[in-house]
Write a protein that binds this ligand. Structure first.
Ligand code: ATP
Length: 355
C-alpha cells in the first residue's frame, strides 16, 4: 500500500546540509497500523511527510496504492493526496470556524451537493462522537475533542490512509487512550491503514501491529510488534520497550533497595520471559514440586500484544545447587527464556543485558 524505497531527505540549512532521513525503506501493507518511534530529531516527521509528498525526498521513490507519487503532475498529486488523510499534534483546526465548518472544509472542492455534504459532515461527527458540538468553536473544546474533529476532517474525503504526526502527544494519558481506541476502531471498521509517529512506545503497544524504530534519520529496526517486543535486537529499541514494560525501572528499584533481595549463596536472581502460550504447565509450582526449588516473585508483567501474551517475571530461586541446575534446564525445556541477573551488578546493568 505504501512503499518507500531508498528515501533520503537532506535539508540545506545554513552552511551545513542536514541529513534528516537516510536511506530508508519502509513497506506498509493495507490494514496495518504502523508505528514509527524515535526520539526528537530522529527524522520521523520528515519521513511521514514524504508519504504524501508534503516533503519531497532528495532521492528515492514513493509508491502509494501502486502510484509513483513523484511522477504525478500537481492535479494528479492533489487527487492522490485526498486518499491520504493527516492529523497533527496541535490539531491545526481553523479557530474562526465552527466544528461543522472545519469538517466541511475539505469537501468544498468535492462534487457533493450542499445537502450531501451536510449529511457527510454529520455522519463524520457522529463517528467521532461529537454530534453535539457542531455549532461550537475549537476554543470551546478539550484537546481530545479537538483531535476528534481533526480526525473527522481528515476522513472527509474517504482516505485509505491516515498519517498521524504525534497525534496524542499533547493529550493526557486517558484522552490518549480514547483517541487510540477511536483510531483502532477506524482501522477495523473502515479498513483504514494508519501510520502513526510517536516517541511513546506505550502508543505503539496499544494499537500498532508493526513498528519501525528510527535513530539519526535511519530505521534501525522494524518488524511486527510481537517479535520486536519479545526479541529486540537494538539497544535503543530495548530502551523504548523498557519505557512501556517497566522491567528496567523495577531492576533499578531493586538495586536502590538491596534489602529487598536477601540473596543466599546459592540463590539465583533471574528474569524469566515467555511469549504466547509457551507452556501450559504450572511452571512455578513445578519448580517446588519436582525440583524442591522455591521461587520468590519480585516482579511480574504480562503485556497482551496483538492477542499474544508476553510475560516478564523477576524471581529469586532458592535451593540446592544441583536442584537449581535441573530447574533451570526444565525452564528452558518448556521454552521460557531465563536471563541471570547478578545482584551486585544491578546498578550498572540494563534489563536484557547478559550480566
Ligand atoms: N525544514 C527543515 N529545515 C532544516 N532542517 C530541518 C527541517 N525540518 C527538519 N529538520 C531537521 O531534520 C531532523 C529531523 O527532524 P524531524 O522533525 O523529522 O524529527 P522528528 O523525529 O520528527 O522529531 P520530533 O519528534 O521532535 O518532531 C532534525 O535535525 C531537524 O532539525
Amino acid at each position: 500500500m505504501i512503499s518507500l524505497s531508498n528515501i533520503n531527505v537532506t535539508f540545506e540549512s545554513g552552511s551545513q546540509p542536514v541529513p534528516a532521513v537516510r536511506d530508508v525503506n519502509l513497506q506498509v501493507d493495507a490494514g496495518d497500523v504502523y508505528g514509527i518511534v524515535g526520539y526528537s530529531g530522529a527524522g520521523k516527521s520528515t519521513l511521514v511527510r514524504v508519504i504524501n509528498l508534503l516533503q519531497r525526498p532528495t532521492s528515492g521513490s514513493v509508491e502509494v496504492n501502486g502510484q509513483d507519487l513523484l511522477s504525478l503532475n500537481s492535479k494528479e498529486l492533489r487527487a492522490a493526496r485526498k486518499k491520504i488523510g493527516m492529523i497533527f499534534q496541535h490539531f491545526n483546526l481553523m479557530s474562526s470556524r465552527t466544528i461543522f465548518d472545519n469538517v466541511d472544509y475539505p469537501l468544498k472542492s468535492s462534487k457533493l451537493s450542499k445537502r450531501e455534504r451536510a449529511r457527510k459532515v454529520n455522519d463524520l461527527l457522529e463517528l467521532v462522537g461529537l454530534s453535539d458540538k457542531r455549532e461550537a468553536y475549537p476554543s470551546q473544546l478539550s484537546g481530545g475533542q479537538k483531535q476528534r474533529v481533526a480526525i473527522a476532517r481528515a476522513l472527509a474525503n474517504d482516505p485509505e490512509i491516515l498519517l498521524c504526526d504525534e497525534a496524542t502527544s499533547a493529550l493526557d494519558p486517558k484522552t490518549t487512550l480514547s483517541i487510540l481506541k477511536l483510531l483502532k476502531k477506524l482501522n477495523q471498521d473502515l479498513g483504514l491503514t494508519i501510520v502513526i509517529i510517536t516517541h511513546e512506545m506505550q502508543v505503539v503497544k496499544e494499537i500498532c501491529n508493526k513498528v519501525a524504530v528510527m535513530e539519526a534519520g535511519r530505521i534501525i529496526e522494524q518488524g511486527d510488534i510481537v517479535s520486536i517486543f519479545s526479541n529486540p535486537q537494538n539497544a535503543l529499541t530495548r530502551d523504548f520497550i523498557n519505557t512501556a514494560t517497566h522491567v528496567e525501572q523495577t531492576l533499578e528499584k531493586l538495586a536502590l533497595h538491596p534489602s529487598l533481595v536477601h540473596l543466599k549463596d546459592n540463590d539465583i536472581l533471574c528474569k524469566i520471559s515467555y511469549i504466547g502460550d509457551s507452556t501450559s504447565e504450572p511452571v512455578i509450582s513445578a519448580l517446588t514440586a519436582r525440583y524442591r526449588v522455591t521461587t520468590n516473585l519480585l516482579f511480574a508483567n504480562v503485556e497482551i500484544l496483538q492477542q499474544t501474551p508476553i510475560g516478564n517475571l523477576i524471581v529469586v530461586m532458592s535451593g540446592a545447587a544441583s536442584d537449581l541446575e535441573a530447574a533451570l534446564q526444565y525452564l528452558q525445556a518448556v521454552n521460557l527464556t531465563v536471563e541471570m541477573i547478578d545482584s551486585r551488578l544491578l546498578q550498572n546493568s540494563k534489563a536484557g543485558d547478559p550480566v
